[in-house]
Design a protein around this ligand. Structure first.
Ligand code: LMR
Ligand code: MG
Length: 537
């Protein structure tokens, strides 16, 4: 059954077929994509063809359109709008779509279709999930919407919904491993992911709207219990990580964040351990809805689903025993974007691509980040690749905040890095990146408002981010030069010996300020310095 729908929504979609053909024709040498400094993706014709990809997700709670734009490998949200239409509300009693939901959904989709046309994002890829696939008037509503808008709607089955959602998680997190769980209004889908692939999938009726239709609290509990037991049997337990997708899970994570006074309010990649989540779920159980709303600012329609969703999550965590729980803001819509990418785009690192894009768009000297990375790398020779890619990201971003007021530039850098709408990096990595960039512009971080966040890092990470920042700060002094006259740093970690090899062409640039910056790097490394002059390398 899964194979039947493998390319479900896009099969036979004329624009996608055509786009794929153009991409093949214009394809650059695949080698270009591979090296650490392959051609930036946004210059690639296939990336341009992929910009402005519009998708509409007709869910049981919400109807949403996203238009992706820009660096294709890392989604930029050119447009993102959601209406909580509630198509699945009342389904258990009537077996039909909610009449008010139908009206609101139709008017939202009419607006989306018109906007997409004006944005050049048509034809839209439109998928509909549980409410429409189950309601008796689903086909009729589909015909009504198609006639009114000229769009084609793919009503996907639960297997396909699970696959697309898991694909979305993989888009931001190519290395993700564990179990994806996407909760909607009328259903809940699960999929295993490992080695960049989606594995076993299943669908269930554990959507909060559906459960509430069961009438009594007892019936609801029983349904949850027996369904979770079946899920455990079919998909296994003890997963390394449970990736939560869907608005209701995000709302619970927000409550967890606020309760734990967690300083970085980014939901994507937010992690919870089972014990702390249990405390939050108990907290939700003990509060009134209006109290929770006042504490968190979550909207009424969403909050009304939270007590039931919490109950589902409590059972899931208890029975499936994941080692860790993480929120993914990427789900079905990003999965639809992923569907439209050729493999060689998928293979790229979403973080690095987004940073290259930012450099190209905002740096004073686009391209210097690459030279700077090469320059600082000797200090970090022994680091694992997972760290090197964050260092590379920092170098690419080292100057994108140059327009900010000099007195606040270091803070702007920290904010940009930690709050950026990026995939492919953990919260710790965000903070590391932010701290390194802060020190790119400022020696001391005394008096900054980031202490609480910086404490999330280990002492070693803080020291390393500081060294990186200072190395970039020094290296940036040579940015007027062509990269190959940047000079060279040699670092012997055992002896803590730092050699600066200064080519003749850079001699005049090594002025007072540059020397002071070099001194700051030496201090941060607790190194003995040596300057070798004149030797061209
Ligand atoms: C839905 O079924 O509407 C969900 O996928 C998304 C939501 O808003 O809960
Ligand atoms: Mg959904």
């Amino acid at each position: 059954m899964a194979r039947e729908t493998d390319h479900g929504p896009n099969r036979g979609h004329p624009k996608h077929g055509q786009r794929e053909a153009e991409m093949t024709q214009d394809a650059t040498d695949p080698q270009d994509d591979k090296g650490p400094f392959g051609r930036p993706i946004f210059e690639d014709p296939s990336a341009r063809a992929l910009s402005r990809v519009g998708v509409v997700d007709i869910g049981s709670n919400s109807v949403r359109m996203v238009v992706f734009d820009g660096a294709a490998r890392s989604p930029a949200y050119f447009f993102n709008e959601k209406v909580m239409a509630g198509l699945g509300a009342g389904f258990a009693e009537t077996g039909r779509l909610n009449p008010d939901g139908r009206r609101r959904a139709l008017s939202a989709i009419l607006r989306f279709a018109e906007l997409a046309r004006r944005m050049g994002a048509d034809p839209l890829t439109v998928v509909a999930t549980a409410a429409m696939r189950e309601a008796v008037d689903g086909p009729e509503f589909r015909a009504e919407v198609e006639a009114a808008t000229g769009l084609s709607i793919w009503i996907i089955d639960g297997q396909e919904e699970a696959r697309l959602s898991a694909q979305g998680v993989l888009l931001g997190w190519p290395e993700a491993e564990g179990l994806v769980c996407d909760i909607g209004g009328s259903s809940m889908e699960l999929a295993r992911i490992a080695n960049g692939r989606v594995g076993r999938r299943l669908t269930s009726a554990l959507g909060p709207l559906r459960l509430e239709g069961l009438g009594s609290a007892k019936a609801m509990r029983e349904e949850i219990k027996s369904t979770v037991a079946r899920i455990a049997e079919e998909i296994g337990t003890g997963h390394r990580r449970l990736f939560l997708v869907g608005g209701s899970w995000r709302a619970i994570a927000r409550i967890d964040m606020i309760r734990a006074d967690y300083p970085l309010h980014v939901l994507h990649e937010y992690r919870m351990n089972p014990a702390s989540l249990r405390t939050t779920l108990a907290h939700i159980g003990s509060r009134r809805i209006d109290e929770l709303r006042a504490e968190t600012g979550i909207g009424e329609a969403r909050m009304s689903l939270i007590p039931t969703a919490s109950l589902v999550l409590k059972h899931l965590v208890r029975v499936l025993k994941p080692r860790e729980i993480a929120i993914s803001s990427y789900g079905i819509r990003e999965g639809l974007l992923y569907e439209q990418m050729p493999q060689r785009l998928r293979d790229r690192d979403p973080l690095i691509e987004a940073c290259r894009f930012a450099e190209q768009k905002d740096a004073r000297l686009p391209g210097f980040g690459r030279a700077l990375y090469r320059f600082v790398l000797p200090i970090f020779k022994g680091e694992p690749d997972s760290r090197k890619r964050i260092i590379q990201a920092a170098c690419l971003l080292h100057d994108v905040s140059w327009r900010a007021h000099p007195d606040y530039r270091h803070e702007a850098c920290f904010d940009n890095a930690t709050r950026a709408n990026l995939g492919g990096l953990t919260h710790r990595e965000r903070i590391f990146l932010g701290l390194a960039l802060l020190h790119r512009y400022k020696n001391s971080r005394q008096g900054t408002r980031f202490e609480q966040m910086i404490q999330i890092l280990s002492e070693k990470e803080v020291a390393q981010a500081e060294v990186l920042g200072k190395a970039m700060r020094f290296g940036a002094m040579f940015s007027a030069q062509t990269p190959d006259t940047l000079g060279e740093i040699l670092w012997q970690p055992k002896k803590r010996h730092l050699v600066l090899q200064l080519p003749e062409a850079a001699e005049d640039l090594f002025g007072e300020v540059a020397q002071a910056r070099f001194g700051a790097l030496v201090t941060a490394l607790k190194a003995t310095p040596e300057i070798r002059r004149g030797a061209d390398h």
